[in-house]
Design a protein around this ligand. Structure first.
Ligand code: AMP
Length: 531
């Protein structure tokens, strides 16, 4: 019924729910060892001894890539300690620690594997729910295409021999009909011998399961970008495509990616790079919908702002399609030995419209940063974070990564820490607290308008920074900004201005020029003779 994760389970071949018991959690050190073993040898370490007769061996199952110690289910030996019954209810299960498997139904710790589906579940309750969901899905499939029920291997076979050929209907169209169609749909193409667009998804000759998934997702007819991109992608050609947001680009690249991934025995076979975490999540959701029921199709999301270990864990599970943001992918390449060399398709989904440069707010203390960040999020609903010296290196790195990935809209920082944010392009700087020196002020304001982009800086001043009033006015005036009358009429400003002018006069007086040279010599001689 269940296959235990990392710990052995006493199972009887009748798989009676009541007889399915898991071992008590081992002492921490031992657990750790097991987990490490699981991670490093996930594809290879299922021994014959560890494979019960009622389960296929790791290599013979329909999902060969899911082999490994996760499937360990030998009988309980004397050294295994006391047994603990399989948890009945989801609520009695704890939440997953970073890096641990997650229940597909409720998101708690996926302590067991449902042997019917190979999915992670936390309890008998969730397993039952999960099987019910799977059954419902199968029923739906039966209703829509009765002849294909239970035909996963068949669809794998379909896919294994898949070659895109222009559909007879498309082939029989005249050249001017095609041109007319493209013109009407606003399709403009450059390149040599670009294949004709399709008009219907059926013209692609997809496996039935994929056609079913398209219908289920409400994709009745392809959008123009899909009409042209899908056949070109299916032929394995490189494409540079541009279309409006919401025009169906994601499915336009995902469908050829899915077909290619089905043809590949090595994993991973495709990498989708996106600028933001949100976009990556949307793409994965769509990929999962389209891949549903297709054999060996797994995805992994590698994005910043979420713990790294579960992502690394998932990456090692023979996933076919990686959806990643660049920062997190670089981290993983640096830290992990996971081979990414099988990747044949790289999709770069760049939608600049989705990336808004963040607002950078400077304050003068840590508490101020935390409080203001919370207040901004609460009142404006903008995703906000704080940056100050109490944040650990890891937290700082995550914040920077989140900013680069467009995850935060506002960051409230203390001045010194703000210097670490040099990498990000900022649309607006707010000096919520005016810094104590003009140098710092110039540095903070300088965060906007990098790389030829325009930016805005808003500075709040009060009497705490009164000694800088005249300096601020001098600095800001040449930019053409209107200065508030309260500042311009401030007695402090006038006092500072006057003092500066007097100082200038004095300096000028002290300066040696042709005109005053003789006066200075005479004065000097006079004072010497008096001595
Ligand atoms: P995208 O431009 O890829 O973000 O897609 C925008 C929305 O259109 C998404 O919600 C898709 O699920 C949906 N979509 C994509 N292709 C089609 C289609 N052929 N028919 C209906 N909806 C679609």
């Amino acid at each position: 019924m269940f296959v235990p994760r990392s710990l052995k389970v006493k199972r009887n071949s009748n798989d009676d729910i009541k007889s399915c018991v898991a071992k008590k959690i081992k002492p921490e050190g031992e657990d750790l060892q097991l987990d490490q073993g699981r991670d490093v040898s996930v594809y290879t370490s299922v021994t014959e001894e560890a494979t019960t007769p009622d389960r296929p061996s790791s290599q013979s199952g329909p999902f060969p890539g899911l082999a490994g110690p996760l499937r360990e289910d030998a009988s309980v030996g004397p050294e295994q300690g006391a047994e603990e019954p399989v948890k009945s209810f989801s609520k009695t299960q704890r939440w997953a620690e970073p890096g641990e498997p997650v229940c597909v139904v409720c998101g708690r710790y996926g302590e067991y594997i449902c042997d019917k589906t190979d999915e992670d579940v936390c309890s008998l309750e969730c397993k039952a729910k999960h099987l019910l969901q799977v059954k419902e899905k199968e029923e739906n499939l039966k209703l829509s295409s009765p002849e294909k029920v239970g035909s996963e291997p068949e669809s794998a076979l379909d896919a294994a021999f898949y070659i895109y050929k222009e559909h007879p209907f498309i082939l029989n169209l005249q050249e001017d009909q095609i041109e007319n169609l493209k013109q009407q749909l606003g399709i403009s193409v450059q390149g040599q011998e670009v294949t004709r667009p399709i008009i219907d998804f059926e013209h692609c000759g997809f496996p039935e399961t994929l056609n079913h998934n398209l219908k289920k997702s409400g994709y009745e007819v392809p959008t123009p970008i899909q009409m042209q991109m899908i056949p070109v992608g299916l032929l394995g050609r490189d494409i540079l495509a541009s279309a409006d947001t919401g025009s169906g680009k994601t499915a336009a690249f995902l469908l050829p990616v899915i077909i290619r991934a089905l043809l590949e025995s090595r994993a991973p076979s495709a990498l989708v790079l996106t600028p933001t975490r949100e976009l990556a999540i949307q793409i994965e959701r769509q990929a999962k919908e389209l891949m549903s029921g297709l054999p060996r199709m797994r995805t992994v999301l590698l994005v910043g702002g979420l713990p790294l270990p579960p992502q690394l864990y998932r990456l090692r599970q023979h996933v076919q399609v990686i959806i990643a943001t660049p920062g997190r992918l670089l981290d993983i390449i640096k830290q992990s030995s996971v081979a990414l060399s099988g990747i044949k398709i790289v999709v770069v989904d760049e939608d600049k419209k989705l990336f808004k440069p963040p607002v950078l707010v400077f304050v003068d203390c840590r508490l101020g940063a935390d409080l203001l960040s919370e207040a901004v999020q609460k009142i404006t609903g903008l995703k906000s974070t704080s940056m100050h010296s109490e944040k650990s290196q890891v937290e700082r790195k995550n914040i920077l990564e989140g900013l680069l990935e467009g995850e935060y809209e506002v960051v409230v920082s203390t001045g010194v820490l703000g210097r670490g944010l040099d990498l990000i392009s900022v649309g607006l700087v707010v000096n919520f607290d005016m810094p104590s020196s003009m140098d710092e002020y110039v540095h903070q304001v300088g965060r906007v308008g990098r790389l030829g982009q325009n930016g805005t800086a808003i500075t709040f001043i009060n009497n705490n920074s009164k000694r800088l009033f005249w300096d601020i006015a001098k600095r800001v005036k040449p930019t053409g900004s209107l200065l508030p009358p309260q500042l311009l009429s401030s007695p402090y400003l006038h006092d500072q201005k006057k003092k500066e002018q007097q100082k200038d006069k004095q300096t000028q007086k002290d300066m040696v020029t042709g005109a005053n040279l003789m006066d200075i010599i005479r004065k000097h001689d006079k004072s010497n003779s008096q001595k």
